[in-house]
Structure formats: C-alpha cells, structure tokens
Ligand binder design. Structure first.
Ligand code: DQA
Length: 141
C-alpha cells in the first residue's frame, strides 16, 4: 500500500470562509476527506497535516523520508519565501507535487515565483480544490 502525505501550509485551515472569491467555499476538511477517499479507492493511505509553522512543515517533510512514497504540498505563503521547505523536499527524496488552489501567476507579482516548485516533480495551480485530486492521480500513476 502506497503512503501519501498531504501537507497544507498557513491559513489554509480557514478554507471555506477565507477569501471565497479566490479560494472557493470548499473547506480543508472537505479536501482532505476527498483526497483520502480517492487514495483509498486506489489502495493508498493518506496522512493529512496542516500547519502555520514553516519549521514544523520542514521537519515533517524530513521525517517523511523513507516512510512516504509521495507528497502533495500546498505551502501557501511559504511557496514564495521558503528555502527551508525547498531544501527539505529535496532532502526527503520523495516525489512531491505542489498544488495551489488559485492561479498564482494571475495574481500579485510577489506570488508569481515559487521557491518550492523546483524541488517538486510538478506544479498544479488555478484548478481549485480539484488540483489536489489531480496531484494524487499523478503521484499514484
Ligand atoms: C495559495 C497561493 C498562495 O500565494 C497563498 O499565499 C495561499 C494559497 C493557493 O493555494 O492558491 O495561501 O497557495
């Protein structure tokens, strides 16, 4: 059974009520449940973690080494700032896919760059919550 780690960064715990015109009304719990169900249907096991804390996220990625087969990560605001998460993804040697609910390239200039995407297999953005399910499919295929 494949083990997949779903990581969400700061402020994503407020999905469903946070800037709904950008992020929609789907809650993080809805997303985690949908990805867990989809994983189960493909005989995979999902662990879902959300944190506001950059150090915790980096540490979680490092501890995932040798334990998880794939990572789906939305680093949220840390996407644009975190060398620590980039380095942790590389150090873990686990294939990772970066997901953004919004199209970061259509938004403010400071969101156009991702420091973390280059440590990932690929990036999905702008497809809403569905991006997480697409990332799961890509990892399991
Ligand atoms: C986000 C995009 C980021 O720029 C932002 O800081 C977020 C959410 C997204 O999913 O669209 O918190 O990662």
């Amino acid at each position: 059974m494949k083990k997949i780690l779903l990581l969400n960064g700061p402020n994503l715990g407020l999905l469903g009520t946070r800037e709904v015109q950008i992020y929609g009304k789907t809650t993080l719990r809805d997303i985690e449940n949908a990805v867990r169900e989809a994983a189960k249907a493909k005989n995979a096991d999902l662990t879902a973690i959300q944190s506001e804390d950059e150090g915790f996220l980096a540490r979680t990625i490092c501890l995932a080494k040798g334990v998880y087969d794939g990572i789906i990560i939305n680093p949220a605001a840390y996407t644009h700032t975190s060398v620590a998460i980039h380095d942790a993804l590389l150090a873990s040697e686990i294939p990772a896919i970066e997901v953004h609910i919004s199209n970061i390239h259509k938004r403010e200039g400071y969101r156009h760059e991702s420091l973390t995407a280059s440590a990932c297999v690929g990036q999905i953005c702008g497809l809403g919550a569905k991006g997480y399910l697409l990332a799961l499919d890509a990892l399991l295929d």
